[in-house]
Design a protein around this ligand. Sequence first.
Ligand SMILES: NC(=O)c1ccc[n+]([C@@H]2O[C@H](COP(=O)([O-])OP(=O)(O)OC[C@H]3O[C@@H](n4cnc5c(N)ncnc54)[C@H](O)[C@@H]3O)[C@@H](O)[C@H]2O)c1
Length: 453
Amino acid sequence: MSSSTQSGKAKLAGRVGIVGTGHRARLYTHSIAARPQLELVALCDTNSDRMEHHNGLLKEHGRSEARKYAAEDFNKMLEDEKLDILVVTTIDYTHDLYIVPAIKKGIKVLTEKPMTTDVEKCKEILSAVEENNGSVQVLFNYRYNPVHWKVAEVIAEGKIGNVKSVHFEWLLDTVHGADYFRRWHRYKDRSGGLMVHKSSHHFDLVNFWIQSKPASVFGMGALSFYGTDQGKKSGWARDYDRARGSKEAEDDPFAIHLEDDAGLKALYHDAEHVDNYHRDMNVFANDITIEDDMSVLVHYESGVNMTYHLTAYSPWEGYRVMFNGDQGRLEVEVVESTHRVAGKKGGGAEGVVHGEKALKNEGHNKITLQKLWGEKEDVPFVWATGGHGGGDEAMLDQIFGPIPGSEEHKSPINRLSADQTDGALAMAVGLAANESFKTGKLVQIKELLGRQL
Ligand SMILES: NC(=O)c1ccc[n+]([C@@H]2O[C@H](COP(=O)([O-])OP(=O)(O)OC[C@H]3O[C@@H](n4cnc5c(N)ncnc54)[C@H](O)[C@@H]3O)[C@@H](O)[C@H]2O)c1
């Protein structure tokens, strides 16, 4: 693999392929196209229209079009294109199908989170990396958000001493939270449920913050709000299958109207004739197999215990996390959006897709440190307003180097990049929680994965 040196650090360079040319992949298409040391030469997807959309983005940057490969021709793509880097942005349960052959070919793999969705696939990826001396980076952009690395820094500096326990609550609002119930995420076998799909970000942060590994997990989860029965009880349910073409959906605040956003229209509305991918299904349907309200207890190898909660139907969006140490306490509060205003068809779709940019009605963000026997003090940090709290831009700059002519989004601490072991440990907590939801028992991570990580 080739690399170039910018800001004194080796950055990735060379021939790139992207598999999975949906919404998230746009971030990578844009960022590769903007960096001359990278060339996006190949796209692979089950939907040719979505690949074409990405070629349109390349043209906007004045770059050459990439060759398009159907999903079943992925191995031919690896054979023909001599890639240096593969970016995996397909839907979660298919990541392994592409990560494993690329590792076997010696290609550097950058995969979106979660690394995969079940234990067998996870083991297969870990074995492929070990046997081929491969390299996988799991794209945990949250690590690069300045709030998050500041927390890591404060803990590493010993400001609260040895961490003893963590209390963590994450709230998804009725716009973003609902989005996981409109399409493939709502099926556990495709996304691993929110414990794997969404919370792997949060569990990765905790592993990173306290520098320990999860050992055992107990959890309870339920579909308490979305779904037909719950929606009928609360009075929110409307009777339609999907928003497109439905009168009932026009003023349903839980609906998404793909025509209202040029990007969503091109990627999904106009492309669904190819594969019947309906991105606008009713969140109060009766085929949802994931939870929307989850409580989890995690014990770490270092002795730390964590209580964690995820809710996907909150009026505001953000999170609170508290660390108790033997020298003091650290508290973080981030209000990404104080409230949402109910929308309807024709009202635009800004802020509907998670993490694209800062949300409307942004609230306060603070980190507070309180030493034992001392008063509370605010911990200063730089607040960034880009995608995922600035995490996306900082991550891309660290992997690929800054866009020529732009200032680098710097992350002052090292060890931000996550490898396959980090990817496995992050998803292991979610997999164990899912197992505990089913069995009502405490799950040992080592037994679940069949190995020590
Ligand atoms: N890090 C983050 O903050 C973040 C944010 C959003 C999405 N993601 C991740 O990015 C990935 C993509 O999410 P998205 O929202 O863009 O989804 P999406 O549905 O918009 O795109 C997925 C693409 O994969 C394609 N696809 C489906 N099955 C395939 C197969 N078997 N082979 C090849 N292609 C296939 C689809 O046609 C689609 O184009 C997911 O893994 C998701 O978890 C990460």
